[in-house]
Design a protein around this ligand. Structure first.
Ligand SMILES: Cc1cc2nc3c(=O)[nH]c(=O)nc-3n(C[C@H](O)[C@H](O)[C@H](O)COP(=O)(O)OP(=O)(O)OC[C@H]3O[C@@H](n4cnc5c(N)ncnc54)[C@H](O)[C@@H]3O)c2cc1C
Length: 294
């Protein structure tokens, strides 16, 4: 299939891109890595009149760590850049762990964090990772910029809080305390496919192995990622054991009524939630901390 005819521009500054997006009077879309938009255009599911290519805007790409420990990832930063970044491995190991689950290396070489968040596929890894790490999305338009908590960004399947004249400029990840632990688990039919269900979690344990805090994001089960308050309630204040991790998995699964679709039934996804929450917590805690494991 070939896309419908469209105009194409490739600005080199954010200002130029925003002016074209907000002021052209045309049905305009921005182009990130093109790994979702181009197939949609080829299938004519998207038929923008004007395509604004962000790939030449260098200020939109890159990873920087601010003095306050906040990690800033520019919207045009590729999944593969995040995967290979020593700074990310050090400061945000959850992202390092999760990147290889996104598609295949060829797609990760092109696809971007901004494109993935704006596309808002319910089974995509980035939105859930941003939920788990309590990230903030910085949107820009010609009239200024605003910060949107990641948990308020996806509104539904392929729908976000972005206004038509806004782009994602960058994503901010708060400083993660030393000693925080992480788990990432997903099941897909084949390596590189979108997840049937996935879990990204953070876990803070005190010196006695008691859970001080955790965040558990579950994706692929609803229109947007979910944070499981039930699993967190089951964990908080209790000693981290294998039994407790299983209890948290059951608590998460009991509170969610997952979607059924061509790929998996609701019942199967319920089982996946229970198992993947358990596995993610076990991964985060580390086998040595699960004192009741034989
Ligand atoms: C075979 C295959 C398998 C895949 N598997 C996975 C997977 O397992 N997990 C996963 O998460 N993804 C997967 N993807 C999607 C991939 O990760 C894409 O990179 C991602 O969804 C979109 O990012 P992109 O940069 O390519 O965006 P594009 O395709 O360029 O754009 C996607 C949408 O986002 C908008 N957009 C892009 N950048 C911005 C911005 N800065 N501000 C505002 N809007 C913007 C575009 O206008 C468009 O609407 C897969 C893709 C393919 C082709």
């Amino acid at each position: 299939m070939k896309p419908a005819a469209f105009e194409y521009i490739a600005p080199v500054t954010v200002e130029e891109a925003l002016e074209a997006l907000g002021g052209s009077g045309k049905d305009a879309r921005v182009l990130g890595g093109g790994q979702s938009l181009v197939p949609m255009m080829n299938f004519r599911l998207a038929q923008p009149e004007l395509l604004i290519d962000l790939n030449r805007i260098s200020e939109l790409a890159g990873i920087a760590i601010r003095e306050d420990g906040v990690v800033r990832i520019g919207a045009m930063t590729r999944h593969r850049t995040v995967e290979l970044s020593p700074e990310i491995r050090e400061c945000l190991p959850l992202l390092h762990e999760a990147m290889p689950y996104i598609a295949h290396v060829q797609i990760r070489n092109r696809g971007t964090i901004g494109g993935s968040l704006a596309h808002a596929d319910p089974a995509a890894e980035w939105p859930a990772l941003c939920f788990a790490l309590d990230a903030t999305i910085v949107a820009r338009s010609s009239s200024g910029s605003r910060e949107i908590p990641a948990t308020e960004f996806p509104l539904g399947i392929l729908t976000t809080a972005l206004e038509p004249d806004e782009i994602i400029a960058e994503v901010l990840f708060p400083h993660q305390p030393a000693g925080r632990r992480y788990g990432f688990q997903e099941i897909s039919r084949r390596r590189g496919d979108f997840a049937l269900t996935g879990v990204a979690c953070t876990l803070d344990l005190n010196a006695d192995g008691v859970v001080d805090a955790s965040r558990i994001a579950i994706f692929g089960v609803d229109d947007i990622p979910l944070l499981s308050a039930e699993a967190v309630d089951a964990l908080t204040g209790n000693t981290m054991t294998d039994v407790l991790a299983r209890e948290a998995g059951r608590a998460a699964a009991a509170a969610i009524n997952p979607r059924s679709d061509l790929h998996a039934s609701s019942e199967y996804r319920t089982q996946l939630i229970e198992t993947l929450v358990y596995r993610a917590l076990k991964q985060a805690a580390g086998a040595d901390l699960l004192k009741d494991v034989a």
